[in-house]
Design a protein around this ligand. Structure first.
Ligand SMILES: Cc1cc2nc3c(=O)[nH]c(=O)nc-3n(C[C@H](O)[C@H](O)[C@H](O)COP(=O)(O)OP(=O)(O)OC[C@H]3O[C@@H](n4cnc5c(N)ncnc54)[C@H](O)[C@@H]3O)c2cc1C
Length: 419
């Protein structure tokens, strides 16, 4: 089977779906390919929630200024409308989110291909000519003028021979992987009363060797469903998230950690006596893996100096949130009210490629810089910018290197970007 499109986006997370919608809305014929059966990426597959903050408070007026672009806000509003959660900007129900993303993508003419994994890229002189994907045991060859890699793991870039880095510079260790899970049947009133006891007891158990999970505390979020708690609290360190054997070991170890935490809470904390493991995510969550080597590498210094770039296409301000890649501890560097940094177009542009852009958590940056812009709202923003860049390239009949940046920025500003 062979098919042709103007743009192929690989990966249906917030970066990929935003890229596809943004390009389609601006007149590009787009195919979006996703390995699983739905859109949402880590939110759907790894049960990641909630949205971390995507705005800043302006010190002069106290006003909230969004830093994510209008498309992400449109997605949030469409979800709020169905769930009647107006004003609750962090929370979402991933089942409703999957529906919302399908609807917005289809309404804008995006073609979807689910349950299909891209495994090969045919590159000639810096241009991807076609890619091969496996769906229902069939190899499909797909052709396009432009491609966007929104796989989180920079899979299309890797398959195309682009250079990339993994993890932090000194030892290539990545942020930990986490298998998120949910407990049902929790007595919420008793949980609220006893919540403060959990971490001190957890530390005591850790010291006695009764808890093997290296994470320093138990990270719990409330959930849409009554009596259900969400745990982002397993921690697998020193496993390479791009090695399938290491990821298998990580999944096995994380499942033991889920059981360990479940038993710890059930046996020791009032309110959890009748708790059950409701669900674990379809796959372990990967915070960091490959990052492409692009025409510019965003650094921690850029973030801390609130860098501005002539070719800026995105803004972000989430804290530099590094879960220890080697054991216990999480470090933070917070931005103040009214502070944000910019991300240049060159971070989305892999070295040596003419018709490929990268969006989402795998753009070109250091380990430290990635720890900040990696949250879902900013991945969506990067995707929206990438999709718009393809629309500009198509209109002007250029490759992705020669995109008219001034024209792109003007369009992004009209979409609520603060560049
Ligand atoms: C445990 C954990 C907790 C987090 N907590 C938060 C949080 O609370 N709030 C927040 O905002 N962010 C959080 N994040 C960060 C955030 O979830 C991710 O950084 C973000 O979702 C990345 O978006 P993305 O679109 O770049 O990639 P992803 O969401 O990973 O999407 C990539 C998609 O590409 C698909 N894909 C990959 N390879 C292929 C292929 N070869 N062929 C076809 N499809 C492919 C995948 O199936 C996936 O759907 C967390 C991350 C983790 C792991």
């Amino acid at each position: 089977m062979k098919k042709r499109y103007e743009l192929i986006v690989v990966g249906g997370g917030f970066a990929g779906v935003s890229a596809a919608i943004s390009a389609a809305r601006n007149g590009v014929d787009v195919l979006l390919i996703e390995r699983y059966n739905c859109l949402g990426g880590a939110a759907a597959n790894a049960l990641v929630m909630p949205f971390m903050e995507y705005w800043t408070k302006l010190p002069e007026t106290g006003e909230r200024k969004y830093l994510c672009g209008n498309l992400f806000l449109e997605i949030v509003r469409a979800h709020q409308e169905i769930c009647a959660t107006k004003g609750r900007e962090h929370e979402f129900d991933e089942e409703i989110m999957k529906l919302v993303l399908n609807r917005i993508a289809l309404k804008n003419g995006v073609k979807l291909l689910f349950n299909t994994t891209v495994f090969e890229s045919n590159v000639v002189e810096g241009n991807i000519v076609s890619i091969k994907a496996l769906g229902k045991s069939q190899v499909i060859e797909l052709f396009a003028d432009y491609y966007i890699d929104a796989t989180g793991d920079a899979e299309l870039s890797m398959l195309s021979g682009c250079p990339y880095t993994i993890g932090r510079e000194k030892d290539n260790l990545c942020q930990p992987m986490t298998l998120c899970f949910r407990l049902s049947g929790v007595d919420m009133e008793k949980f609220r009363i006893n919540r403060n006891k959990i971490n001190s007891l957890y530390t005591e158990f850790q010291k006695k060797g009764l808890i093997k999970n290296p994470r320093e505390n138990v990270l719990i979020f409330s959930n849409f469903n009554d009596g259900v708690l969400h745990f982002n609290s397993t921690r697998i360190v020193k496993h390479n998230p791009t090695d399938p054997f290491a990821v298998t070991d990580a999944e096995i170890e994380a499942r033991e950690q889920v059981f360990e935490l479940y038993q710890f809470l059930k046996k020791n904390i009032e309110g959890f006596e009748h708790a059950r493991v409701l669900s674990t995510a379809l796959q372990i969550g990967i915070r960091e893996s490959r990052k492409i080597e692009g025409e510019y590498t965003l650094t921690e210094e850029d973030l801390k100096s609130l860098a501005r770039f002539d070719d800026a296409v995105a803004t972000a301000n989430y804290d530099i949130d590094i879960h220890s890649p080697s054991g216990s501890g999480t470090s933070h560097y917070y931005f103040g009210d009214g502070q944000w940094y910019e991300i240049p177009y060159r971070c989305l542009l892999p070295k040596n490629m003419d018709n490929l852009l990268v969006a989402g958590r795998c753009i070109s940056s250091t380990h430290e810089a990635q720890a900040s812009y990696r949250i879902m709202p900013f991945c969506a923003e990067l995707g929206q910018a990438a999709g718009m860049a393809v629309a500009v390239a198509k209109k002007n009949k250029t490759n992705m290197r020669d995109v008219d940046i001034a024209q792109l920025q003007k369009l992004l500003r009209s979409e609520g970007f603060s560049i």
